[in-house]
Design a protein around this ligand. Structure first.
Ligand SMILES: Nc1ncnc2c1ncn2[C@@H]1O[C@H](COP(=O)(O)OP(=O)(O)O)[C@@H](O)[C@H]1O
Ligand SMILES: O=C(O)[C@@H](COP(=O)(O)O)OP(=O)(O)O
Length: 299
């Protein structure tokens, strides 16, 4: 058995091909190729009868293998994410977007790629709030975001009822979201939060939070997503398809808010492309934020 040591952190763990494969896939390399690179590294270590190896030595071997395979961009990303882990720069990634656009799918994939263990949906925050605050007290949180307007009385005359109702649910749920955000900052954990309630100008952001608005091209694309989701979820497609015009109207409102606050907008056409866009943006943004703190990434 090969033991991986980290003299700095005083850790000793058995070498895991799975862990190495995952850290290589975090660069966007196909999992099959990542697995074969990890296998090549294991074979080389066994041939040299290596019994103990440091994380740094593995990192250098993986980086060289990526270059040998002609995967220059992946090699750069690989070094970046490892340097970031060394720096202990806990970040919060927030994926907003209308119902059904692909937020939770992207959040799960991004968490896997970046080795982030905490993923929280704002609909879960809302569910907890629903248990604490009764429908009589706060009707606007006890329904879907695109139907909240129907629970409100005496709406002001000059407002868009749908958006007014949506904003009232967002305002309430944001109280819970900000509690989650503060906890993540306090614990220093990397966290991904995803949900319809992440609206620019409501959720509190700081230099360690990275927000993205996930969108779909049109209602046809969104409708297909609802039917796709209904194949494995109890959320009936028809319920959302019936309200698709209101959901798309909320997406237009979210796009306006994203432009107003300079939040990157990711049209979620293909999963890999969306993940890469977010990771490339993070690789641009993080060094800038670190530089403002006087920290230079050594890659
Ligand atoms: N880029 C994509 N291409 C095709 N289908 C997608 C993509 N992203 C997500 N989906 C599918 O769309 C459906 C809704 O995605 P989901 O992540 O549940 O949306 P949200 O969390 O935004 O409500 C799911 O069935 C998911 O598999
Ligand atoms: O309120 C809403 O718009 C959706 C948000 O969920 P996502 O589809 O964005 O995950 O919750 P639902 O009514 O489906 O319980």
């Amino acid at each position: 058995m090969i033991i991986v040591v980290d003299p700095e952190k005083k850790t000793k763990i058995p070498f895991s091909r799975g862990i190495l494969t995952r850290s290589i896939t975090s660069t966007g390399v196909d999992v099959g190729i990542a697995y074969s690179i990890a296998a090549e590294i294991v074979k080389e270590l066994e041939r040299k009868k290596v019994k103990v190896i440091t994380k740094d030595e593995i990192r250098k071997m993986a980086y060289k293998k990526l270059l040998d395979h002609g995967l220059k961009d992946a090699a750069r990303k690989y070094l970046f994410w490892h340097e970031l882990r060394r720096l202990k720069y806990p970040m919060i990634i927030l994926l907003g977007g209308a119902t059904g656009v692909g937020k939770s799918t992207l959040a799960t994939e991004l968490a896997f790629r970046l080795g982030i263990r905490t993923v929280i949906g704002t609909d879960t925050v809302r569910e907890v709030m629903r248990k604490i605050i009764s429908k009589e007290l706060l009707p606007a949180i006890h329904t879907s975001s695109f139907l909240a307007w129907r629970e409100l009385r005496n709406l002001p005359k000059d407002v868009d009822p749908l958006i007014y109702g949506f904003e009232s649910q967002v305002r309430y749920v944001t109280v819970g979201i900000n509690a989650v955000v503060e906890r993540s900052y306090k614990e220093g954990f990397n966290t991904i939060i995803e949900g319809i309630h992440l609206v620019p100008g409501y959720v509190s952001l700081n230099d360690r939070s990275f927000m993205y608005l996930i969108t779909v091209k049109n209602s046809e694309a969104l409708e297909a997503r609802f039917y796709e989701r209904a194949r494995y979820s109890l959320r009936p497609a028809e319920y959302y398809v019936k309200n698709i015009d209101n959901i798309m109207h909320i997406q237009e409102y979210l796009i306006e808010k994203a432009k107003e606050y300079g939040i990157p907008i990711i049209e979620n056409i293909e999963l890999e492309q969306s993940i890469n866009s977010i990771m490339n943006n993070l690789m641009e943004e993080i060094p800038k934020r670190l530089k403002e703190r006087g920290i230079e990434l050594s890659i």
